[in-house]
Design a protein. Structure first.
Length: 299
């Protein structure tokens, strides 16, 4: 038995045309199915399938449209694989249809609060639930979020969500907590949550983190790119001879630019004992974990 911690990989399948990362969007069920099969081959251990974007500023998607988007994908994947499937939705009706189609887990970014029927459904079906911290809704969550003590406030909120779920009959072993990186949080909130996750996480629950290609990583990348450009100017011949060189305009990163930053952040999460990594890039994450595992065995 190894004495180190290796997390499970959850691959993201967005059955949506408007998710923030173009590489994760699926225009139709065939594309989403193909994406899922590719993730399974690359080493995903869970697939998270959703029909509603939760990017900042996004609006709620009708339940019928969500069902139309996700159910055929779940059914087709279930025909060829026994991989655990998570349904990413705030709607009990969508979740119920997904469970009937073969899904195994409910991933609710509202922590079972958006739809009052969701907690009863999860308890009745005895399925694992992922409870995420978010203030407001995707449409409003990034409108001036503020915390006096983000670690304490977010940990306390997650514990309240877990207590509510257990009081409704959901087993403690079926509860997975997600701090909601990027959901109603400032850059400094995201950083402190991740940096100290081993200190604040409730030990009795599994912890999932989803930070793949998110905007706060882009801000870190942009800052470093600008610092490097400014440093180059200082070392240039123009600076040496007293000539002023215009500060270059560095284009802000887009999600497509953030894979390396994502891998770096996920490496930190592995070191801090995170149980599940929710990612767009399964192959890169599997390679990251393989190297981490090799060093752990060798040490």
């Amino acid at each position: 038995m190894s004495d180190f911690h290796i997390p499970r990989i959850m691959g993201i399948i967005n059955c949506t045309p408007d998710s923030f990362f173009a590489g994760s969007r699926s225009e139709n069920s065939e594309a989403a199915f193909s994406n899922g099969i590719s993730m399974i081959k690359e080493g995903a251990e869970i697939l998270d399938i959703g029909g509603e974007s939760s990017r900042p500023g996004s609006i709620e998607v009708d339940e019928d449209e969500q069902i139309k988007r996700v159910i055929p994908v779940i059914q087709r994947i279930r025909e060829v694989s026994k991989i655990p499937i998570s349904i990413d939705t705030r709607s009990a009706r969508v979740a119920e249809k997904a469970l009937d189609a073969g899904a195994d887990i409910i991933n609710d970014i509202s922590a079972l609060r958006h739809d009052i029927s969701m907690v009863a459904l999860a308890a009745e079906r005895e399925v694992p639930v992922i409870l995420m911290h978010m203030r407001g809704t995707p449409a409003t969550m990034q409108l001036r979020p503020r915390y006096h003590d983000p670690i304490r406030e977010i940990r306390d909120a997650l514990m309240r969500f877990a207590d509510r779920a257990m009081n409704a009959g959901i087993s403690k072993e079926d509860i997975i907590l997600d701090p909601g990186i990027g959901f109603g949080k400032r850059l400094e909130d995201n950083l402190v949550l991740i940096s100290k996750i081993d200190q604040w996480r409730p030990k009795e629950f599994l912890i999932m983190v989803g930070l793949s290609r998110k905007a706060f990583l882009g801000r870190l990348v942009d800052s470093e790119n600008q610092r490097s450009a400014d440093y180059h100017i200082k070392l240039s011949a123009g600076a040496e001879f007293g000539k002023k060189e215009a500060r270059p305009e560095i284009a802000n990163s887009v999600p497509e630019d953030r894979l390396i930053a994502t891998c770096a952040a996920n490496t930190w999460c592995i070191a801090k004992g995170v149980d599940i990594l929710r990612v767009h890039d399964v192959r890169a994450t599997r390679q990251l974990i393989a190297v981490w595992e090799a060093f752990s065995w060798a040490s």
